[in-house]
Write a protein that binds this ligand. Sequence first.
Ligand SMILES: Nc1nc2c(ncn2[C@@H]2O[C@H](COP(=O)(O)OP(=O)(O)OP(=O)(O)O)[C@@H](O)[C@H]2O)c(=O)[nH]1
Ligand SMILES: [Mg+2]
Ligand SMILES: [Zn+2]
Length: 354
Amino acid sequence: MPYDLSALGWSPSRDDEIAPHAARGCVPARVGAQHRGAYVVYTAAGERPAEPAGHLLHAAAGAADLPVVGDWVAAHDPAGAAAAVVHAVLPRRSAFLRRAAGTAVAEQVVAANVDVVLVVTAVGRDLNARRLERYLAAAWDSGADPVVVLNKADLADDLDAAVAEAGAVAFGVPVHAVSAVAGTGVDELAAYAAGGRTVALLGSSGVGKSSLVNRLLGEERQFVRDVRSGDSRGRHTTTVRELLPLPAGGLVLDTPGMRELGLWDADAGVDRTFADVAELAAGCRFRDCAHEGEPGCAVLAALTEGRLDAARLESYRKLLRELRHLELKSDPAARAEQRRRRRRFARSMRRSAY
Ligand SMILES: Nc1nc2c(ncn2[C@@H]2O[C@H](COP(=O)(O)OP(=O)(O)OP(=O)(O)O)[C@@H](O)[C@H]2O)c(=O)[nH]1
Ligand SMILES: [Mg+2]
Ligand SMILES: [Zn+2]
């Protein structure tokens, strides 16, 4: 099935980026999935298997330089070829990062060029303010717009209370109460993919990400955990990240549930998530106030007066401590290089704003 590139999220602002590669016979392709060393990409011609060119692997300083799901790449795909060959990764407009699971200190790019991150949680046990804050920080930091999705609304005893609980940490981020089973609220989520946008669903295992993806696709494409197997935690039904084009244009990215989301270099995202604390902190007497008992501390004053939740302040401090700890453990030169690269992304992002 051929694709309209704009429905895959191609923007004219990328025409200049592909031009030098097009001159060498490459076409734009969007990475839909990654299976070990190989990829599935979408091009104007359709869905194609792809592999990285040797020089791309050779020049990569780390995994972050190689294509990830959501990337736009330059691919050589002559008629009759068994697989396309990826020659270059085009600049990322956004990148969702986390600390790679199981390793001491390595970053992992979970997905690139996501426009909207749906932070999916479910009413009941999964709904957890502290976890939401963590996801929101990573989502803001990625450069995408976060949205909170409260799924399994059909199971709620008190839906208003659940929405209020999510709203208390969301601060201006939209909160949608939906049900993948009943189909309620799914249209509101579909609207985020309008105009060829890319919507990623992230959250714990079992909250219903794949069920929502199936609703958005209008078909049972993604495997969903069997109800009879209960909600045995830690069993991941979805095992690979997969970017899927929607019939009306735009794309959804289904992801395996994350057991833990370790933040990576997400200072700006934490500040954005805790904009209320940051705003209070602007009123502290000392600019480097740690809000630990310094005189003239506006944050502690708000805490005393009950205008700031103690658990929220502790959560803010905990995330900042985590980031500091990571900074101490990791290689400063490597981190400086990563920062520089990210700033370069940010600059190219501003230059070629949609
Ligand atoms: N009652 C109710 N059950 C739901 C809803 N959405 C999903 N479920 C059920 O929740 C279970 C998990 O759904 P999945 O869609 O597999 O969850 P997931 O987030 O994709 O899980 P992973 O792939 O492991 O990350 C399944 O048994 C679904 O039928 C909902 O809105 N209401
Ligand atoms: Mg799933
Ligand atoms: Zn202070």
